[in-house]
Design a protein around this ligand. Sequence first.
Ligand SMILES: C[S@@+](CC[C@H](N)C(=O)[O-])C[C@H]1O[C@@H](n2cnc3c(N)ncnc32)[C@H](O)[C@@H]1O
Length: 201
Amino acid sequence: MKTPANVYTDKLKWDDRYRRAGDTIGPPWPLVVRWAAKLAGPVLDVAGGSGRNALFLAEHGLEVHVIDISLAALQVLARQRRERQLQIFAVAADLEQFPLPRCRYGTVLVVRYLQRSLFSAIKAALRPGGLVLYESFIEDQKAFGHPSNPAHLLRRGELKHAFSDFELLEYEEGLLEDTTPAYLARLVARRPFTCDTVATP
Ligand SMILES: C[S@@+](CC[C@H](N)C(=O)[O-])C[C@H]1O[C@@H](n2cnc3c(N)ncnc32)[C@H](O)[C@@H]1O
């Protein structure tokens, strides 16, 4: 678990990055585009940033909730949401502290955010039969220089193992193409159909 001081430093870094990017929002994540038609709402976008995935999914008719620590990111999202006349619920919060609701979501999305202490809360936040879509960097990414902090890098096989009590629908790991090549683990998995079969926080 990060100290409050580390979390605050991260928040300032992300605020600065989002302010410098202005209203530029990247394209939605390819896995989200590929799975969009099969996803059920409401969708929780964990550490969803300025909403490249949330906006896309809301445009496809899904109710989307975004949590992120960066107010600057959520301000960009709010402007886009207004412009496109979409309804997206956004919460500025530190996920190290913020409790996720239980048995609430049809889909939980995590793109390029790793907080190991959140794995069990993500599972419990899903309704039975709900899907988790998760992508984050693996330790080989250090070869590209960023990120290099082990707290932000999955070990090989770690993501698959973390969701081994879920039904695995898709998994890949290694040097993967997205907008640029990166060492990633990518998982789509389904929560079992009872509320008491997954580890709870
Ligand atoms: C690499 S970005 C990914 C953003 C988004 N998922 C995407 O794919 O565009 C990581 C995000 O994590 C957020 N973040 C970092 N630490 C956080 C924390 N403790 N609580 C909530 N969000 C956090 C940052 O503000 C940033 O938006």
